[in-house]
Ligand binder design. Structure first.
Ligand code: UD2
Ligand code: MN
Length: 584
């Protein structure tokens, strides 16, 4: 009996251990499943509009896409089909006057129908995508300051003509304190015909385009916000491909392909051939650049008409989830008027968990002006140095790491001494949103920047380059490359007289380089992907040696040109001094 009891006890004990282990395992499994679920629901509330989630666009080879419009029959007229229009010669004066007032030929624009047709430059594939029937509604925000009447309204008309109405919440016009009579007095009346689809709000003082856009976003009623400049024409079925990706993942910003509209003839020109795909990058002076998409990104797509990732964007035209834009703090409110906001938003999106996609099937035309017809007003007077440098400095001081900041200050040496206002709120936001650092962005997103703009070696010397003999300064005269450089009175302002010589012998000015052959000394586009050059400065005898020809940079004895001549350290025309420019 005793033996039996012992065996039973042993068995019981054994069974208890097994049952206990099973219960513990089951509990652990339940906990794991629960935490997975929590994570998923957290992700879905964060990443997609639950109502629209998981509806991917579908490609059918033969079936026309669900939102393709029948191409409208065309009335003949000036500028129709995006053809160039030439203003009759008796209105030449009007044309010239408007060109100087608006940076675009308004006499030409006024002749062209607000409802004109434009060519369809999309890839053929684009016509065969079907998009979800249910998509979030969009507020299209157009900020403007003293824009031309007909070009502003053609933007509005083109949207109403070529956008499926069920996705268009409103067109929100935001007037940045224009002082032109027609914009001030007539616009309210004009838009009445659109029965509330087009709304107008106004600033009570000049805010600049950046703050005005943030204000537009705050006032918008749509779930999605989409910004356009006030001189655009949207293409066929341009909207669904922009909003479908955002409906699936609210942290995606989408960007259309931006075609060109000639500011003189209003000719509509595709920006590039159908199967070339570019994306937005930057050089170290923060100039916006585009580059063909790297093979790695190409391999991620099944169809060439599908969206692809881009490190940044040009600035003017893009769509986003409105709440996501506001969660990111909208644009940095410290940015002034114009410029750099495209980088601020791009870095913020990528580094804080979102992404940017360029959408080949969405095309929008934009009028690139001949020059900027407005000034920066009172805001521009507030800052020391160029306003754009102020903006860039805010952006790089917030989003770059030390290594990359140094590339900016190497390329823009004056910027180190200029102010940027207070960025503490921006830095706080970056911490709060737990954003990744800039090296992560460079390594994982913008890795192709280095192929065109490698890491910059430090400057050995920078400043204005004074010729001892002539007491004048080397100057690009503001010409576009390739162009001769020459000597001008030293003005101490930098700009066309701000030269840099780096440790690898490159003599640069802005984003350009100084190149010399036996005949000429020229301003050229720096060879992409290189940071070196042939120049060597000898501090003791002040000679600037061109190491390829073994000659020296010299002021022409009889003119204000510069040439290469056999080196002679006793010739004052060959002696140069880098004089640092430090802003007062
Ligand atoms: C580009 C962008 C522009 C903006 C800018 C940098 C494109 C096609 N355009 O220059 O959208 O990102 O780079 O900041 O990518 N405006 C105001 N208030 C102002 C100045 C301008 O409301 O104080 C309006 C202006 O009427 C226009 C828009 O802002 O509708 C953009 O200005 P722009 O067309 O002069 O800029 P753009 O195209 O040279
Ligand atoms: Mn513009």
């Amino acid at each position: 009996f005793l033996r039996y009891r012992i065996i039973q006890l042993k068995r019981n004990k054994f069974a208890k251990i097994i049952i206990g282990t099973i219960i513990i395992l089951l509990l652990l499994l339940a906990l794991y499943i629960r935490s997975e679920n929590l994570q998923n629901s957290h992700e879905s509330s964060n990443y997609s509009h639950s109502r629209f989630s998981n509806q991917a666009p579908v490609f059918h080879d033969q079936t026309l896409g669900n939102f393709e419009q029948a191409t409208s029959t065309n009335k003949p007229g000036p500028g129709e089909k995006g053809e160039p229009h030439h203003v009759p010669s008796d209105r030449e004066n009007e044309a010239l006057q408007s060109l100087s007032e608006y940076g675009m030929n308004m006499a030409c624009s006024d002749d062209i129908s607000l409802n004109r047709t434009i060519p369809d430059h999309r890839m053929d594939e684009c016509k065969y995508w079907s998009y979800p029937e249910e998509l979030p509604r969009t507020s299209i925000i157009i900020v403007f300051h003293n824009e031309g009447w007909s070009s502003l309204l053609r933007t509005v008309h083109s949207i109403l003509n070529r956008t499926p109405p069920q996705f268009l919440e409103e067109i929100l016009l935001v007037d940045d304190f224009s002082n032109k009579e027609n914009l001030k007095k007539k616009l309210e009346y004009y838009i009445e015909r659109f029965n509330g689809k087009v709304r107008l709000i106004r600033n009570s003082e000049r805010e600049g385009l950046i703050r005005t856009r943030s204000k537009g976003a705050l006032n918008a009623r749509g779930e999605i916000i989409l910004f356009l400049d006030a001189h655009c024409e949207v293409g066929y079925n341009w909207l669904p491909p922009l909003i479908a990706p955002i409906a699936r993942d609210r942290k995606i910003m989408t960007v259309p392909v931006i075609d060109g509209i000639d500011h003189n003839t209003w000719e509509y020109r595709p920006v590039y051939e159908k199967d070339h795909f570019f994306r937005g990058i930057f050089e170290w002076g923060m100039l916006y650049k585009e580059i063909e998409i790297p093979a790695i990104e190409e391999r991620k797509r099944t169809y060439k008409s599908e969206p692809y990732k881009s490190p940044t964007h040009a600035g003017g035209l893009f769509a986003m989830d409105r709440n996501y834009f506001l969660e990111l703090g909208a644009y940095d409110p410290g940015l002034l008027v114009w410029g750099g906001e495209n980088f601020e938003l791009s870095f913020k999106i990528w580094q804080c968990g979102g992404s940017i996609e360029w959408v080949p099937c969405s095309r929008v035309g934009h009028v690139y002006r001949g020059f900027m017809p407005y000034n920066f007003g009172e805001l521009g007077k507030k800052v020391k140095g160029p306003l754009i440098t102020y903006n860039y400095k805010r952006v790089i001081e917030t989003w770059f790491d030390n290594k990359h900041k140094e590339f900016f200050y190497t390329r823009e040496p004056l910027a180190r001494y200029l102010d940027m206002g207070d960025i503490s709120e921006q830095v706080k936001l970056k911490d709060k949103l737990k954003c990744k650092d800039f090296s992560w962005f460079m390594d994982n997103v913008a890795y192709d920047v280095y192929t065109k703009f490698p890491e910059l070696p430090p400057n050995l010397h920078w400043g204005e380059l004074r010729n001892v003999g002539k007491t004048t300064c080397l100057d690009t005269r503001g010409h576009q490359p390739p162009a001769l450089v020459g000597l001008e009175l030293c003005h101490g302002q930098g700009n066309n007289q701000l030269f840099r010589l780096n440790t690898k012998g490159q003599l640069g000015v802005g984003e350009r380089c100084i190149f010399a052959d036996r005949q000429n000394v020229k301003l050229v586009v720096c060879p992409l992907g290189t940071v070196d050059g042939p120049w060597q400065y000898e501090l003791t005898n002040k000679l600037l040696l061109h190491t390829i020809t073994r000659k020296c940079l010299s002021a022409h004895p009889l003119s204000d040109q510069v040439i290469l001549t056999p080196c002679d350290s006793n010739n004052a025309n060959q002696q140069w001094v880098f004089k640092p420019i430090v802003p007062s």
